[in-house]
Design a protein around this ligand. Structure first.
Ligand code: UN1
Length: 479
């Protein structure tokens, strides 16, 4: 395979970093996707300064200009969906249809925010004082630091970068190091969208160098982060210390409740999709399957048969349903949780083994356990294809189990009862709730985010993204 070196994009120029890293294909470790140039803290500071210099002109550019740029980026992503989807599948390991779907979603997000750039509005009200008008308007926040994870290498950067640019902010984007080919491809498309130099910057490298520089710089007005709880807490501390705006999207341990009255076949499909597709590497994955006693055994038996039959393989092979785990570190974490599940007394039903395929990759069979609520495999985010079934006595017990978690991103219920579905929608302590749908797999034009330990700060996506990417000004006029 041909090899390319992916450079950083700083102040409108492609720049080498200080060291070189390698991006591998988790389906085939002999396939190097590319080399990337790792920047350091001082290059990150150059990118931040460039963004700070560019922010004011971009903030005052016409909505039409911003809309045109975003529309062009979105259209190109969609036009190149097969090629970009293949790159994504090759680099991250989700299956080709999933990767093409994600690519289209990234393109649609840019197109959605192209429209939003034209709809930035305000409010005008009468003052409580005579002769005075009050206007509320939205202005850009300034320089936005974007720290993105590896699991949605195009869609998550898109849903942070697109609103940032639409609302007139300048961006410094730090992707995860294992998906730099995708990040570079997105940056390359953005680099041709007629943005002034410095408005968009790509800086690849470690959290310690690049991430820390973004957190510490007083020129960075806002930080949007998606990743682990541990890193999210560091981001919160550093940004709070200098009172920067912050938005955190962290873990999940999302429950899927299956009631006695559920359509069982549908519930099994919802569970398989939510727990194992994208190799379980989604913060929205259903990792706790809470099943009412009356259907528990029938559900587990059908689910086991379905999980056994799942085809794990190379992400680019047509027959593959579940791709590899993204990296050796993630695989080690998954396997250690499988081991923990056994030692803490959960009943192992299937999978959780390293498996071999034609090519050397990070392959693992999807794992299913019957667990107790206190088991760590039923409480901690694993971020892999591992699901724990919990038995519930009745609906009230199922709801209590669903809410018994430090996380609060998403919750699902499979039921044919309108009454139960409505009650669950009202009482699930989460940011997103699904009825007869997997907890993972969301629309691109509506708010995304959670409660409790999962999220912090304003929602992402949709019109609600304006809360984070703009700041409100109240103007009084006496005339
Ligand atoms: C989805 O489920 O469609 O990191 C998106 C994650 C989420 C995105 C999930 N921020 O998994």
């Amino acid at each position: 395979m041909s090899q390319q070196t992916f450079k950083n994009y700083i102040n409108g120029r492609w720049e080498n970093g200080v060291t070189t890293g390698i991006s591998e294909n988790p389906s085939d470790l002999s396939d190097v996707v590319g080399e990337y140039s790792r920047a350091d803290a001082s290059q990150t500071q150059s990118a931040i300064r460039a963004a700070a210099d560019a922010r004011s002109a971009w903030g005052q550019s016409t909505p039409q200009r911003r809309a045109d740029a975003l529309d062009q980026i979105g259209s190109e992503i969609i036009a190149r969906k097969d090629e970009l989807g293949e790159l994504l599948a090759r680099e991250e390991g989700k299956t080709l249809p999933e990767a093409i779907g994600e690519t289209v979603r990234a393109g649609n997000i840019f197109k959605f925010f192209a429209g939003e750039a034209l709809r930035i509005g305000g409010e005008k009200v009468a003052s409580v004082r005579p002769g005075v008008d009050v206007e509320m308007s939205r202005e850009p926040v300034g320089v936005v630091g974007i720290i993105a994870p590896w699991n949605f290498p195009l869609a998550i950067p898109a849903w942070k970068i697109a609103p940032a640019l639409a609302y007139g902010n300048a961006v410094v984007f730090k992707p995860a190091e294992i998906v730099t080919a995708c990040a570079w491809s997105l940056a390359e498309i953005i680099s041709r969208a007629n943005l002034p130099a410095g408005v968009f910057n790509l800086v690849m490298g470690s959290g310690r160098q690049v991430g820390q520089a973004l957190l510490d710089s007083t020129l960075v007005d806002a930080v949007s982060f998606t990743g682990s709880v541990g890193v999210g807490e560091q981001v919160l501390k550093a940004t709070a210390a200098r009172r920067a705006k912050v938005q955190l999207e962290m873990g999940g341990k999302n429950p899927l409740v299956v009631l006695n009255d559920a359509d069982l076949e549908q519930a099994v499909e919802v569970a398989v999709q939510g727990s194992y597709f994208s190799t379980g590497q989604r913060c929205t994955a259903s990792s706790r399957l809470i099943v009412e006693a009356g259907v528990h055994d029938a559900f587990v038996s059908r689910l086991r048969d379905r999980v056994k039959a799942l085809r794990v393989g190379h992400a680019l092979k047509r027959e593959t349903e579940i791709g590899p785990v993204v990296s050796s570190d993630q695989l080690a974490q998954n396997l250690s949780y499988v081991e923990l599940g056994r030692t803490e007394g959960a009943e192992h039903i299937w999978g959780g083994d390293v498996i071999e395929r034609d090519t050397r990759g990070h392959y693992m069979s999807p794992a299913l356990f019957l667990a107790q609520p206190q088991h760590r495999i039923a409480r901690e985010e694993i971020f892999g294809p591992v699901a724990a079934v919990l038995r519930a006595d009745d609906y009230e017990h199922a709801l209590a189990l669903a809410n018994d978690t430090p996380f609060g991103l998403c919750a699902g219920i499979c039921t044919t009862s309108l009454k139960r579905a409505t009650h669950f929608k009202r009482h699930a302590q989460v940011g997103m709730v699904m009825v007869n749908l997997p907890t993972a797999g969301v629309d691109y034009h509506v708010p995304f985010g959670g409660r409790k330990g999962s999220s912090y700060g304003p929602r992402e996506q949709g019109r609600y993204a304006a809360e984070f990417y703009t700041t409100v000004k109240t103007a009084y006029t006496f005339a």
